[in-house]
Unconditional design. Structure first.
Length: 226
């Protein structure tokens, strides 16, 4: 059963999400502050984390940074902060999605389903290990190594890299990437792709400013070159 950790200091939101998620068959754990959230994530190992930024003890961005040091769960930020800088900060820190309050429950549940799909999707490939000059991608094990050392990727970083690697040498369009990773309602959110590609380049490219493997086709999409 898919386990979801919901972190929010508003009791009515915790209750509403717990009821709606359980009604759809999810196992739900809740926390109302950052310290409790970090302990719950370590104890229960959720598949998806819903994280408010305005927590009473620790700012949600700090909680997210703490999680990303070891946790591979998809993180959906749920926040009343609507400023673009807050969204970019959350995505840069490792969030996989950003939902602003107030929100529609059905759309939110669609985003939960998309997060679960990203975490569990693993289509087959005849040769699951792809070797590039700077790094190696094991598609079956969902593992990336650089100079023999494992590289930690967030679920959405992995999802983007996987799509590009599986289409090696081919252009993967912005709309295709956004639809696959976040759903059809995200086809205009091209800044998501820029954020994640920048993060991937810093983790994988020897010279991120002059990428050799993760190539941008301006206005069109992206391409992986071994």
């Amino acid at each position: 059963m898919t386990r979801i950790l919901v972190v929010d200091d508003e009791p009515q939101i915790l209750r509403a999400l717990r009821i709606n998620l359980k009604a759809r068959g999810y196992d739900v754990v809740t926390a109302s502050d950052g310290a409790t959230a970090l302990r719950a994530a370590a104890q229960h190992r959720p598949d998806v984390i819903v994280l408010d930024l305005g927590l009473p003890d620790i700012d949600g961005i700090e909680v997210l940074a703490g999680l990303r040091g070891w946790c591979t769960a998809s993180v959906i930020v749920l926040s009343a902060r609507t400023d673009a800088a807050d969204k970019v900060a959350a995505l840069d820190t490792g969030a996989d999605d950003y939902v602003t309050k107030p929100f529609g429950m059905e759309e939110f549940m669609a985003r939960i389903r998309a997060a679960v799909r990203r975490a569990t999707a693993s289509p087959g490939l005849p040769n699951p290990v792809v070797v590039a000059a700077a790094f190696t991608v094991d598609l079956e094990a969902k593992r990336v190594t650089r100079d023999g050392v494992d590289v930690h990727l967030t679920p959405n970083e992995w999802g983007m890299l996987e799509m590009l690697v599986r289409n090696g040498g081919k252009l993967v369009g912005q709309r295709e990437l956004l639809t696959e990773l976040w759903g059809p309602t995200y086809v205009t959110q091209t800044h998501y792709l820029r954020v994640y590609l920048t993060q991937l380049r810093h983790k994988l490219e020897p010279d991120p400013a002059h990428p050799r493997h993760l190539i941008t086709e301006p206005g069109r999409g992206y391409r992986f070159e071994p």
